[in-house]
Design a protein around this ligand. Structure first.
Ligand SMILES: C[S@@+](CC[C@H](N)C(=O)[O-])C[C@H]1O[C@@H](n2cnc3c(N)ncnc32)[C@H](O)[C@@H]1O
Length: 245
C-alpha cells in the first residue's frame, strides 16, 4: 500500500511505532501466568516493525508467532530481524488489514495487539478478533486509557483524534460486554513514552519544510504536548475467551 512519504519518514528508524518498552511487554506476558514452554499459536495484530513480535517469540520459545500489518515496509524491517535471529521457522509475517484477517476461527491460543486497536476502535477490535481465539485462549490488547481525571486539554485532543479513550473501569465493562472474562491489566509507565516521543520529535523536525505534512505534524506535536498532563497512557488488558462464551 502507498503511504505519503512524510508518514514513512516520521516513523523512520524507530524501534517502536508507539510508546512502550521491552520491559513492559515482558511484564504483561508474566501477568498471563501460563507455561512459557507450551507450543502455542500466537498472532500479533498491527505488529509494525515487530519489537513485540520478537518478544513474543522469545518468551514463548516453542511457539509460532504470526504477525500482520497493513504496511509492507514495516514487515520488511521485521523480516530482516527474523532472518538475523534465525527465527524464520517460528515467525511468519503477512501484509493484511486488521479489519479483514484471513485466518480460520479459533486458530490462535493468544492474540496480541499493542497500540493498534485504536485504528478500528477498541470495542470493534474485541468483537472482530474474538473469533480468531481458541476456547480458553487469550486476547492481550492495549488501548489508550484515562489513568487520571482528564484535563480539559487532553479531553479536547482525544475527543478529536480517538474518542474511545476511557477509564480502566469502563474498558473492563466493554471487555465483559464483548463476552470475555477480564483477567488483569497493566499500565505502561511514563518512561515508556519518553524514548518514543523524543525520536518522533526529531523525525518531525526534519519534515517541517513539507507543507503537505502540516496537519499530520500538528496532530503528533499536539499529542506530545498534552502528554505533560500525565492523564492518559496505554493500558494492556488481558482477557480470556471462556468456554461458555
Ligand atoms: C501505533 S503502530 C503500533 C505498532 C506496534 N504494535 C508497536 O507497538 O510498535 C500501529 C500499527 O498498525 C498498523 N496498521 C494501521 N492500519 C492497519 C490496518 N488497517 N491493518 C493492519 N495494520 C494496520 C500500522 O502500520 C502500524 O504498524
Amino acid at each position: 500500500m502507498d503511504v505519503p512519504l512524510y508518514f514513512y519518514l516520521a516513523f523512520k528508524d524507530m524501534e517502536r511505532l508507539a510508546a512502550g518498552s521491552d520491559t513492559s511487554t515482558y511484564n504483561v506476558l508474566d501477568l498471563l501466568n501460563i507455561d512459557s514452554c507450551l507450543k502455542l499459536n500466537i498472532l500479533d495484530i498491527g505488529c509494525g516493525v515487530g519489537s513485540d513480535t520478537l518478544i513474543l517469540a522469545d518468551y514463548f520459545k516453542n511457539s509460532t508467532v504470526e504477525a500482520v500489518d497493513l504496511f509492507g515496509h514495516y514487515l520488511d524491517a521485521l523480516n530482516s530481524e527474523v532472518s538475523k535471529n534465525n527465527l524464520n521457522d517460528r515467525i511468519l509475517t503477512y501484509e493484511m488489514d486488521m479489519n479483514d484477517l484471513d485466518f480460520a476461527n479459533e486458530e490462535f491460543d493468544i492474540v496480541f495487539s499493542h497500540a493498534s486497536a485504536e485504528i478500528i476502535g477498541f470495542r470493534k477490535a474485541l468483537r472482530k478478533w474474538k473469533r480468531l481465539i481458541k476456547k480458553d485462549g487469550y486476547l492481550i490488547c492495549s488501548d489508550l486509557t484515562w489513568i487520571l481525571k482528564p484535563s480539559a486539554e487532553s479531553k479536547e485532543f482525544w475527543l478529536r483524534t480517538y474518542a474511545e479513550v476511557d477509564t480502566i473501569e469502563n474498558k473492563i465493562s466493554q471487555i465483559e460486554n464483548a463476552g470475555f472474562k477480564y483477567i488483569n491489566h497493566y499500565t505502561i509507565p511514563k518512561s515508556d513514552f519518553d524514548g518514543y516521543y523524543s525520536k518522533l520529535k526529531s523525525n518531525l523536525a526534519k519534515l517541517k519544510s513539507d507543507k503537505s505534512a502540516k496537519d499530520f505534524i500538528k496532530q503528533l506535536e499536539d499529542e506530545i504536548s498534552i502528554s505533560k498532563n500525565d492523564d492518559f497512557s496505554y493500558v494492556f488488558y488481558i482477557m480470556k475467551k471462556s468456554n461458555h462464551q
